[in-house]
Design a protein around this ligand. Structure first.
Ligand code: FAD
Ligand code: MLT
Ligand code: ZN
Length: 483
């Protein structure tokens, strides 16, 4: 059964599609972009976790802004509900219908419009798959300012709509900083051109920010202008073990000071997360097999001077070992080792291998990896994506473990460098008794520590009603302000 139908009722204000609607859509788009095929709809109705399931009978795949605008204008006039969908990798149930909404999928809007090598500004359509943008830029000597394990499927429009964080935020900041412009289509079909390519523009309100992270609630993003950093030649990756959480924190403090401008990722995982990865992912090998440790930290540096960067990292590691913060560690010696370290946490970072194997093969063998995939293989998973003060963050994992006793496996990992904990509870199957132990406790705890109940995944259906744990009533009412 679906998790959703018990939560909300279908709003009777919305119409249901009829034959005239289908005739109109086919007239505008032609038959190929109006999809009623059962299997395709099954996939599009179901989220990545197989947790949320809608019952839409129709998916529309417009090819450009004009088509999308016509479709939305029509749906608005007919009071037909729609759900925007990109790569459908979202983790909060926002990318699939709740009931029978029309799925508006952006996958056909996937052209690169322009790239300026001097400014590093890329302009593209919203349906471009993140990994395709990464490989396009690689050939130009640039990278995307964001990277995440879902890159083989997620789209830049979906990334911006969720304000995705990911593995590089610690270095390049959030999309609120790197997105320079957007084109969006509002629900009534109006096209809003905010597709600037300027770093600086203080003429009036910067309305594009409203669309970054608004999960399709204000309109559909159709084009994107984004600032991309140059690709730097020297990348180093260390996989380290810490005996306790306080050491992870101190290591982060040291890394920010001693590695400074070359630090490009600081990820952590606990022993439970490591066990899951080792157990469920065939290709994962333990880089530190001599013992079991309580915590692991993956540090990546990216810079332009190989010998300087290595020297810096080695000095940092030596200091960390000598001061007892790090108990064991491995520094990747070659590309394949570096990829295998990343593999544990997320999909490996394969930019340089793209030259060696074809893109199709690459996507086939690396589609999803890392802890999120291991959790999926382990059974049902309750996912919490929290921003918390770093010093308090792991207390929540420990308290949750005590609450649940042996009933479920409590796993902690995440983007420690950004204060973002992924608290996951893994159980053989979904169980209301387990859920009752987790919620509202996890939200109350987060609220008490002035954290965010959604650091980077968004609210979706899962947390739409929970917004009050992180935002004041006055702030939420501004969301719905009607003048
Ligand atoms: P979808 O899942 O299709 O949609 C997400 C939301 O955006 C929905 O509400 C949808 O309605 C809306 N939407 C989609 N496209 C548009 C558009 N063009 N205009 C308006 N609204 C739109 N997230 C992180 O932040 N950091 C991570 O490190 C991370 N790692 C992940 C790893 C794995 C293995 C997986 C499966 C997911 C991960 N995610 C992560 C979550 C997910 O990948 C991101 O939220 C991603 O940005 C979603 O992009 P998408 O194209 O798949 O969007
Ligand atoms: C991650 O960092 O791995 C993603 O946000 C997905 C997840 O939380 O599982
Ligand atoms: Zn994450």
């Amino acid at each position: 059964g679906s998790v959703t139908s018990t939560i909300v009722q279908r709003n009777p204000v919305f119409s249901t599609i009829n034959n005239d609607d289908l005739i109109y859509f086919e007239k505008i788009l032609g038959p190929k972009k109006v999809i009623q095929d059962h299997e395709e709809l099954q996939t599009a109705n179901t989220d990545w976790m197989h947790k949320y399931k809608g019952s839409s009978k129709l998916m529309i795949q417009p090819e450009n802004t004009t088509e999308l605008s016509q479709i939305l204008e029509y749906c608005n006039s007919r009071c037909l509900a729609v759900v925007p969908q990109g790569g459908n990798t979202g983790l909060v149930g926002g990318s699939v219908p709740v009931f029978d909404e029309i799925i508006v999928n952006t996958r056909r809007m996937n052209s690169i419009i322009s790239f300026d090598k001097v400014s590093g500004v890329l302009v593209c359509e919203a349906g471009c798959i993140l990994e395709n943008l990464i490989s396009f830029l690689d050939k130009e000597g640039f990278i995307m300012p964001l990277d995440l394990g879902a890159k083989g499927s997620c789209q830049i429009g979906g990334n911006i709509s969720t304000n995705a964080g990911g593995l590089r935020l610690v270095r390049y900041g959030s999309l609120h900083g790197t997105v320079l412009g957007l084109e969006v289509v509002l629900a009534n079909g109006s096209v809003i051109d905010m597709l600037g390519t300027l770093r600086k523009d203080n003429t009036g309100y910067d309305l594009k920010h409203l669309f970054i992270g608004s999960e399709g609630s204000l309109g559909i993003i159709t084009k994107v202008s984004i600032l991309t950093p140059p690709k730097l030649s020297s990348v180093n990756i260390a996989f380290l073990a810490c005996q306790d959480y306080i050491s992870c924190q101190k290591l982060l403090f040291q890394a920010k000071r001693r590695l400074g401008e070359i630090l490009s990722a600081f990820e952590f995982l606990d022993a439970q997360a490591m066990n899951l990865a080792l157990h469920h992912l065939d290709s994962v090998r333990n880089p530190l097999p001599s013992s079991i440790y309580n915590f692991y930290v993956l540090i990546e540096t990216t810079g332009s001077n190989e010998s300087n960067d290595k020297e810096k990292l080695e000095a940092f590691l030596l200091h960390a070992m000598e001061s007892g913060l790090v108990t064991d560690g491995a520094l990747a010696q070659d590309f394949s080792q570096a990829s295998s370290f990343w593999h544990i946490r997320e999909v490996e970072n394969l930019i340089n291998i793209i030259c060696m194997i074809t893109l199709n093969m690459l996507i086939l063998c690396t589609r999803f990896q890392g802890i999120p995939e291991a959790l999926m293989k382990a059974g049902a998973v309750y996912k919490y994506d929290l921003s918390l003060p770093v010093e308090k963050m792991y207390d929540l994992v420990e308290e949750m473990r005590i609450r649940l006793g042996g009933a479920a496996n409590v796993v902690g990992y995440g983007h420690l460098g950004d204060g973002n904990l992924h608290l996951n509870v893994s159980a053989p199957q979904y169980d209301d008794a387990i859920l009752a132990q987790i919620e509202p406790f996890v939200y109350e705890w987060t609220s008490r520590h002035r954290g965010s109940i959604s650091a980077e995944h968004g609210l979706g259906l899962m947390k739409a009603e929970k917004i009050y744990y992180s935002k004041s009533t006055e702030t939420v009412s501004l969301h719905y302000y009607e003048g």
